[in-house]
Design a protein around this ligand. Structure first.
Ligand SMILES: [Zn+2]
Length: 581
């Protein structure tokens, strides 16, 4: 419009008592007033109201200022009735496609005791034909009340006519029929050149425990096979479940060509209600030439172009083992442990990639301008990866690439400091502190856990850390492995309290309320290269936000974990509303 007409229009508008500023741009589609809006901007400003247009925040401010922007018949006015609003939450570590399919064949109950494990196996004997496999997967023994495997005799008594495998990571407990089916007897020795052995009782008889032999246990079963439509339906169900607990974005830390195709299919048919950032896996064994080739292929993926909904941010590798299976790579020896089968006093865990190869992988990913991250649980693995980043950084600064430490459970003051200096970001899972402190204190003692999930220190040293769950099995925020309820995780960061454990684990590492919220919002947005789009409620950002049923900044601390989401909005559209009681 010409200057003259614009001036006339402004005069008319002001003559009607409308604020001039709003006459210059179209009115908002919606305003939200009477709230306690934690914008999570750099100053953590709390506002009363905000306005949305075209799926983006156009203003935040007082009730009066925001109401003044509304136009009758154009702007929907939502009364928040004093409720707290937060930016949409972000989980920086999930495996949604696999997790959503885990119970495709049948529902699997939560198991916290040996009795519950046996009850589940017993229930399967009624459904699975005799002679066919029954298996229990990823029930970590360290999370069972008894902290041990079910015995061969217990499995035999429960399922005498079925081969049974109770599997955790590389190890499995088998019953008698399963041992027979695998051809395991007291004279058996490993013949394929790989690792592994069979445990024996003092009389030399197999006790059913197989170490490192997952490859030798062929669990062919006749479970239902899923169609592509089944995969898509369940993945969509999973994304909806993320919405109901407040997530509007997640990072998939194990993307494959197959799983990425499914995300693309949902996005393209308009069924996306969660933004997804992807870290793609690649094989880390074989010749370096083939590994470089695999990384080159990832770099060519068109999903590296960001559309605000789905983008490939880099690669993911596995540098060490797990802290629940006795294989995280530590700086000091693990110490003996019967349930983990550790009998070597010098044993420090498992490092999967030698330093020179790791350096080449990091360098090659950096050359493509992508984020490298790796599973690093033990402080030895964290140190090895930070060393590799530091070496590449000497050749060319890596800060802009936001290289990652995934899990990073056991740290040292030194690695926290070096990571902060290098601009290395950390995706960390508080739920493990909650579920596993009991076991870890038994194994390592309290003092050795001084820098276990050292959140306060990371914040204080200027590091960047975001919260996640490592959700890998089942749909459901509390029943999943690992549970992905962000309020339970925030509470864990505030209290450092844990299941079946009295007291707190190094409360000097507890976060403030503000930090706990930043940890699940703006910090994660930075981790996944979306800090210009999401992570806070500021002018120009996408209108991704949640309305919660309590004030997380002031409610009694133990009520934080029970918070419920009332509404979830993505890009200005309501994607979840809690059913009225
Ligand atoms: Zn994971």
């Amino acid at each position: 419009m010409s200057k003259k007409i614009l001036a006339a229009f402004l005069v008319t508008a002001s003559g009607l008592g409308l604020p001039l500023a709003s006459a210059q741009e179209p009115p908002p589609d919606a305003v939200f007033v009477n709230g306690k809006v934690a914008t999570v901007d750099a100053d953590f400003t709390v506002r009363e109201a905000f306005a949305v247009r075209g799926g983006r925040i156009v203003a935040t401010g007082t009730n009066a200022a925001i109401r003044a922007l509304a136009r009758p018949n154009v702007t929907a006015v939502h009364d928040l009735a004093g409720r707290t609003v937060l930016p949409g939450l972000i989980d920086s570590h999930v495996h949604a496609p696999a997790a959503s399919m885990f119970e495709f064949d049948h529902e699997i109950p939560s198991m916290e005791t040996i009795a519950e494990v046996l009850a589940y196996i017993g229930s399967r004997t009624k459904v699975v034909p005799e002679g066919e496999w029954i298996q229990v997967q990823q029930v970590f023994i360290t999370r069972l009340k008894e902290a041990r495997y079910p015995t061969r005799a217990e499995l035999d008594a429960t399922a005498p006519k079925h081969p049974v495998a109770f599997r955790t990571g590389p190890d499995s407990m088998l019953n008698t029929l399963a041992l027979q089916k695998c051809g395991f007897d007291r004279d058996w020795i490993v013949k394929d050149g790989g690792p592994g052995y069979l445990e024996k009782d003092p009389s030399g008889e197999l006790n059913g425990l197989t170490r490192g032999l997952a490859r030798s246990i062929n669990l062919r079963s006749r479970s239902r096979t899923a169609t592509e439509a089944d995969h898509l339906r369940r993945l969509q169900e999973q994304l909806r479940d993320y919405n109901q607990i407040g997530f509007t974005a997640v990072a998939d830390r194990g993307a494959t060509p197959e799983s990425m195709k499914r995300y693309v299919a949902l996005r393209d048919r308009g069924d996306f209600t969660v933004r997804v950032a992807l870290s793609q896996t690649f094989p880390t064994v074989g010749s370096m030439e083939s590994i470089r080739g695999a990384i080159d292929e990832i770099a060519k993926n068109p999903l590296r172009k960001d559309d605000g909904w789905l983008h490939l941010i880099g690669t993911k590798a596995w540098l060490d083992g797990g802290m629940l299976t006795g294989s995280a790579y530590m700086l000091k020896p693990w110490g003996r442990n019967e349930s983990y089968g550790i009998r070597d006093d010098a044993y420090r865990g498992v490092l999967n990639i030698p330093a020179d190869r790791l350096l080449e992988m990091v360098r090659h990913v950096a050359q493509h301008g992508m984020q490298f991250t790796a599973h690093v649980q033990g402080d030895g693995a964290v140190t090895a990866l930070v060393d590799a980043y530091a070496a590449v950084n000497r050749e060319k600064p890596i800060r802009a690439l936001r290289m990652g430490l995934t899990h990073s459970s056991f740290m040292t003051r030194d690695t926290v400091e070096r990571a902060a200096k290098l601009g290395v970001v950390i995706d960390l899972q508080p739920i493990w502190l909650y579920l596993d402190t009991r076991t870890l204190v038994n194994q390592f003692g309290y003092e050795r856990l001084r820098y276990f999930q050292p959140l306060k220190t990371i914040f204080e040293m200027g590091g960047m850390v975001g919260g996640g769950s490592d959700h890998m099995l089942k749909i459901g925020d509390l029943r999943a492995i690992n549970p992905y309820n962000p309020f339970l995780a925030m509470w864990t960061t505030l209290t450092r309290r844990a299941k079946w454990y009295d007291g707190q684990l190094h409360p000097e590492e507890a976060l403030s309320r503000r930090q706990a919220i930043e940890f699940y919002t703006r910090n994660n947005a930075y981790l996944i290269f979306w800090e210009k789009e999401i992570g806070s409620l500021e002018k120009g950002k996408r209108a991704d936000f949640i309305v919660v049923d309590r004030d997380l900044l002031t409610c009694p601390v133990d009520e934080v974990k029970d918070a419920r989401v009332l509404e979830t909005w993505v890009e200005g559209k309501k994607v979840f509303a809690q059913k009225k009681a």
